[in-house]
Design a protein around this ligand. Structure first.
Ligand code: OFO
Length: 169
């Protein structure tokens, strides 16, 4: 496996773990706000992010590359109102999309076709996650201002269930 690509993928493990940590912070914020559906939605998202990290760990291991675990930074999102996690979430997903694209670009340059194929799933996943994040903002703008509709939106988000990733290595 190309060494530069392996290094970038190793760094990406830490970013996925940070994503998980960040979304646990959001979940905790909504727990404190008494919004169980929003709490659930981000709790599931945090679990998915940990899965992403573990898929990358497995991929590196399968390719006989050394995996290095670095410290995960403290999540620093400043959460003052109910819209803040949603906006911070979308901004974070856009950042992660850029990072995944950078690993992909390095794999492309190195003609590391196996890693490109592995990353295809993540590229698609980022598209879905950006859309989900942006949809949540729109729903909150539409329904978040009134208690009854906020209650219904919160109930809708409570229905999200964790499912293991469809990517099999
Ligand atoms: Fe790891 O999926 Fe988005 O960030």
């Amino acid at each position: 496996m190309d060494k530069k690509v392996a290094k970038l993928l190793n760094e990406q493990i830490n970013k996925e773990m940070y994503s998980s940590y960040l979304y646990f912070q959001f979940a905790n914020y909504y727990h404190e706000e008494g919004l169980d559906g929003f709490y659930n939605w981000y709790y599931v998202q945090a679990q998915e992010e940990m899965d992403h990290a573990l898929l990358m760990v497995k991929y590196l291991q399968n390719n006989d590359e050394k995996v290095v675990f670095e410290a995960v930074a403290k999540p620093e999102a400043d959460l003052k109102d109910r819209m803040d996690p949603l906006k911070a979430g979308l901004a974070h997903e856009k950042y992660i999309t850029g990072e995944i694209n950078a690993v992909y670009a390095a794999a492309y340059e190195a003609k590391d076709f196996r890693t490109m194929q592995f990353l295809d799933w993540f590229v698609k996943e980022q598209g879905e996650e950006e859309k989900n994040s942006s949809d949540l903002i729109k729903k909150m703008e539409l329904f978040g201002g009134e208690a009854k509709s906020l209650y219904m939106l919160d109930s809708e988000l409570k229905a999200r269930v964790y499912a293991a990733p469809s990517l099999v290595l």
